[in-house]
Design a protein around this ligand. Structure first.
Ligand SMILES: [Zn+2]
Length: 77
């Protein structure tokens, strides 16, 4: 699970913050992925769970590992 963690971290840190995007962090693979709002919304389909009292609050398909997992979302203004 940690084979390409460094690569993902480098990708994340080199990314430029842009309006209309967010970063999701996966509780399963610990990958961080930047998504647009539209992409993020699509990943909730066909159903979604949201538990706002938890750090990993959204049960969606992880873009990094492709599995349904609990993800934390950070929003950029
Ligand atoms: Zn993942």
């Amino acid at each position: 699970m940690t084979d390409n963690a460094d690569g993902k971290r480098a990708l994340f840190s080199s990314a430029v913050r842009r309006r209309g995007t967010l970063v999701v962090e996966c509780s399963r693979c610990h990958g961080r992925t930047r998504l647009s709002y539209a992409e993020f919304a699509q990943r909730h389909l066909p159903y979604w769970l949201w538990t706002p009292w938890r750090h990993y609050s959204r049960y969606v398909t992880c873009p990094a590992c492709g599995q349904r997992a609990w993800l934390a979302a950070r929003w950029f203004e």
